[in-house]
Design a protein around this ligand. Sequence first.
Ligand SMILES: Cc1cc2nc3c(=O)[nH]c(=O)nc-3n(C[C@H](O)[C@H](O)[C@H](O)COP(=O)(O)OP(=O)(O)OC[C@H]3O[C@@H](n4cnc5c(N)ncnc54)[C@H](O)[C@@H]3O)c2cc1C
Length: 407
Amino acid sequence: MPQIPVIIVGAGPAGSVLAGLLAQREIETLLLDKATFPREKICGDYLSPGTVRLLDQLNLLDLVRSAGAQRLWGMTVISPDGTTFTAEFPVITEINGSPPFALSIPRAILDSLLLTWARGFGVQCVEGFRVTDLIFENGRVCGVTGIGPTGQKTYRGRIVVGADGRDSVVARRLGLYQPHPTLRRMAMVAYYAGARCNVPLQDHGLICIGDRSYCILNPIGERLANAAIVMDQGIVQGWKGKLDELFDGRLQAFPLALSALGSTTRRGPVRCLGPLAFRAHHAAKAGALLIGDAAGFYDPFTGEGVGHALCSAKLATREVVSAIAEGDGGLTEAHLWRFDDEQRKAVTSRTRLGAILQAIIRRPGAANAVAQLLRRRQPFADLMLGVVGDLLPPHTLFSLDTLRALL
Ligand SMILES: Cc1cc2nc3c(=O)[nH]c(=O)nc-3n(C[C@H](O)[C@H](O)[C@H](O)COP(=O)(O)OP(=O)(O)OC[C@H]3O[C@@H](n4cnc5c(N)ncnc54)[C@H](O)[C@@H]3O)c2cc1C
């Protein structure tokens, strides 16, 4: 059976972008995805300014914007006692000649766009192919097996990359999958359409923090909004088959979100996913790499998942290109070690920031106090949004200038 240089499991943003970047360097890849595109993905449909900057660096920004992505300039945040502040992305840099902005675009559109972009470089993708297992030889992964349109099939490859998202079969088969020990949250997502949304939802996102839950609204174009409610797993138990009812009921707990949605109405079903958080012990093992959500997912509150997917695809590109240039033995231990280390460095400070924010939003008193502080300190609120939006590194929050702005 012929050996494909690189097999990538999953054609979401991580897999498609890796495949496209490798194809640009004339490395042949095969993408396998259990879905057929366009496919829906439970998501807030928000691309942080850091993600937008990455898209620009990858020459993908014009493509995404031409598909109708909407620009957002900041976020309005409402704490449990109704304290409200609006923060704008700080103007510390330009993106494509403009002050920093975020984008919103339905994932069904974005992911198809990225896959089509990769195919434009000659990438082959088998859609409707569910990978069920890895094939090992001498302790190293040398292929995958699964079920596709033509039945059971095995593909052999020099390098296998798991880009198969937060329930990664590749991470599980490598023995790297680990549920998060404490964070047990579920997400419900729905679209609202029809009339124009109310201010501030026209060019800002809206985050409402409530009791053991939060709601994020994201405007997409003039007459569409994405509404996501994330809550403790216990709240969802017993509501199987009644998700629409649960969603409508929980939304009532966020009156300012309801008012921002104006006279739009829910379109399509409420979709639910969880528990959300899990970790992979390592992002590389036995000759295989994990990228994007397959390498771990924490919580969607800070909306950087697509950015992480693109960033890890970039890191993986470097290792794969170097391994292919060095010979036909696939990824060496040195490649695996370096990728794992860089991937860890790329996410550690963000994960810590995420954990701090979770600790705050899970305590209504703390969330109210922080919101009151940020409302009074606009420059600090903007800076904070710059950090959360991946424009600035988290350590910026602890610099002397920042502390001065806070006082
Ligand atoms: C509720 C919620 C809201 C979110 N909101 C945002 C947001 O607003 N902004 C943001 O940046 N991030 C957000 N995220 C995170 C974001 O969705 C992910 O980080 C991002 O999709 C990761 O991309 P990926 O390519 O790694 O994985 P995915 O996008 O999940 O793609 C994985 C692909 O692998 C395929 N696949 C899975 N298993 C197999 C298999 N066995 N065989 C073959 N194919 C397989 C799937 O069909 C899928 O196409 C949110 C996440 C959740 C849960």
